[in-house]
Ligand binder design. Sequence first.
Ligand code: XMP
Length: 513
Amino acid sequence: SILIIDFGSQVTQLIARRVREIGVYCEIAPFQSASDAFQRLKPKGVIFSGGPASVPDGNSPRAPQEVFSAGLPLLGICYGQQTMAHQLGGTVEGGHAAEFGRADVEIVTPSALFAGVWEEGGRYPVWMSHGDRVTQLPAGFTVKATSENAPYAVASDEERRFYSTMFHPEVVHTPDGARLLRNFVVDICGCKPDWSMSAYRAEMIKKIRDQVGTGRVICGLSGGVDSAVAAVLIHEAIGDQLTCVFVDHGLMRMNEADEVVRLFRDHYNIPLVHVEAEELFLAELAKCGADPEAKRKTIGRLFIDVFDAEAAKLGGADFLAQGTLYPDVIESVSFSGGPSVTIKSHHNVGGLPERMKMKLVEPLRELFKDEVRVLGRELGLPEAFVGRHPFPGPGLAIRCPGEITKEKLDILRKADAIYLEEIRKAGLYDVIWQAFAVLLPVRTVGVMGDYRTYDHVCALRAVTSVDGMTADFYPYDMAFLGRTATRIINEVKGINRVVYDVTSKPPGTIEWE
Ligand code: XMP
């Protein structure tokens, strides 16, 4: 495996993605705990990420010293190059002309890092982002490639197998970057590219059995991909020691609750408790009025209450299973130290572990979202389920601005189903990251046949995104929008106008509340 030491770059996760795409297992550790991770993982090589700090500042982050004396190959990227040079006795200075964005590197002499990819004398595009630079290389290092503002675009000590780049090989703007990383990981570190989902499945099944023994596990299903994949995997490991609880809050999309129940009971034959709590949720939501945060908190609180009560009815369990993913567990390296602002109280249906005091089983903790999908397919989950767009825990309640009523939710469900059907028909479902309808608490006048209508406005939303952190609205052609709007207005009683949301994130958020 490979250890990636995180110095706080925005793109550290991309290094991990690239390494895993090669078929090699890797983990990210923040620099503060890199020493522990290094001991535990016993990697075959270490990559230092970039980061926002400045070596000349004095107390900027460092790699643990033992990493340099382990005889292992190292690769330092951007800030990683600078701290590597500094820790090995070179000099780093600030304040030189910064290269941001695209630059060309020129190859001076060969290096194992770009063997078979870049040739001597050639010029190749890379992505640079930095201010400081190395001005004197440590003993044993020589320059392998330069660029206009970076005399040490690549510098290395081929004998000790220490490599460093001033550019970012992990981003797509460095077109050959993935091949350089492959050279490092496979040829230089000697990792076999054999990490695959079927190996992971087998490994996790063994781990789950070891962890759980003869204990009982309870798993909350949300209807989403992550909890479903976690549940199916755990069931494969320990069979009926697992019970799934599906708290049906009545805020799911059309037919969604039935699909979850059928999938688990009929397709997999996994014990499932279906708690029909719609009335309870709607009664409590009616008390919240229109405040988005009040809605979220109410749903989160009720979810935990209902789940807890069901667990008690089942006679308790030793373990709580969760579909936690890798991006949720990577400790983020923070330099500002200040608390970040709460835009929306997400993860509102979390909070279960604190309340229930059970040990956790989290078999997806090491996976990225798209890897979970691959694992889901490996476990035989239907494609339509595995490829689903993300769906928020509070469900349709946050797609119905204003007060929540069953009547409004039913109108929204119908419009949303037509919209998604049209998206699938047009072959756009997989191109779009997330798409949904929103029912606005605004009524407008319309005319249908000879009648005046006075009904709700429905807004359509569709975005492309990689991780939900930023997003662009999807540029449908007008014919698609026209067709969909006509169908919604004709088929859904209660809606007489449809608008399309062309806001990106930022400044908007994906959901309307
Ligand atoms: P926003 O609206 O913040 O959404 O741009 C980003 C992603 O998060 C989802 N989302 C939620 N998920 N509980 C969740 O589990 C929530 O309260 C919540 N709010 C937003 C949203 O669907 C999008 O995928």
